[in-house]
Design a protein around this ligand. Structure first.
Ligand SMILES: Nc1ncnc2c1ncn2[C@@H]1O[C@H](COP(=O)(O)OP(=O)(O)O)[C@@H](O)[C@H]1O
Ligand SMILES: [Mg+2]
Length: 248
């Protein structure tokens, strides 16, 4: 199985604080991988190093065979590494279909021609609807984004990310702020993502992590404590002690 995403000895130093400490990860293509760890463990910093938002103090990031450590965020997106957009990147007045259509047209390089007759966008509309079906949003394609429940807005963000045709999708707490009742639908949609897409998920809810992930990396104080299958992580005494603490 080819490796989609790999890091080698990644370090991020913020002054005296080593937020990410020598992290080496390897995700085969199509793997559903979760990174867990207490608050402040360095999970978001790690994602920022992967996307190129942050430059590492040491270490390397590879997409497939290619070293991308010094590439910009945009250059990495072009190579298939995408993270979910922030909520305020959504245009509230647009409908769900229009939002995704805009992103698909941009990906197809036809964004500047968006106002041509709709019939000329048939391929893009079909692609947008396909993404909406994957995420179970097709039945609300005509609704304005601002009218949606928060969990559905997060799904629209994932739809926009999918429009970039990612090979690797990074999800940093996608259910943050989503009411409990809506998060099940969100994770059901994430679980239905195309099998060839490699997914790296950061998530607090252990039930969700253990159901979703094929492999789990436990990060503590910037460093990898252990990595394994959900079964291995669930039995790991060290993990219980430092992370699951009260639950154990
Ligand atoms: N830009 C920054 N400057 C200084 N310290 C930071 C910065 N970003 C994060 N940190 C610190 O790095 C540590 C890891 O943070 P973070 O990656 O957000 O952890 P997590 O996502 O696991 O909660 C924390 O102690 C945090 O305060
Ligand atoms: Mg975080």
């Amino acid at each position: 199985m080819s490796i989609a995403l790999r890091t080698d000895g990644l370090v991020k130093q913020f002054g005296g604080l080593r937020a990410v400490n020598s992290v080496s990860l390897s995700l085969p293509q199509g793997q559903r991988h979760a990174v867990i760890g207490p608050n402040g463990a360095g999970k978001t910093s790690l994602i920022n190093l992967l996307t190129g938002v942050l430059r590492p103090s040491a270490g390397e990031v590879y997409l497939g065979e290619e070293r991308v450590t010094r590439l910009s965020v945009h250059q990495r997106v072009k190579r298939g590494l995408t993270r979910t957009y922030q909520i305020n990147n959504l245009f509230p007045e647009l409908t769900v279909l229009q939002s995704v259509l805009l992103a698909v047209c941009e990906q197809h390089g036809v964004a500047t021609q968006l106002w041509r007759p709709l019939a000329a966008c048939a391929a893009e509309i079909a692609a947008a609807r396909e993404i909406l079906r994957t995420l179970n949003l097709h039945h609300i394609e005509g609704e304005a984004v601002k009218e949606l429940a928060y969990g559905q807005q997060r799904l629209v963000e994932i739809a926009l990310a999918l429009a970039c045709k990612p090979r690797i999708l990074l999800l940093d707490e996608p259910a943050a702020g989503v009411p409990k009742g809506e998060s099940a639908a969100l994770f059901a949609a994430i679980a239905r993502l195309p099998g060839e897409v490699t997914v790296l998920l950061i998530e607090h809810d252990m039930d969700i992590v253990f159901r979703f992930a094929e492999r789990i990396t436990v990060l503590v104080a910037g460093a990898i404590l252990t990595e394994g299958t959900p079964q291995e992580i669930a039995r790991d005494a060290q993990v219980k002690q430092v992370y699951l603490g009260n639950a154990a």
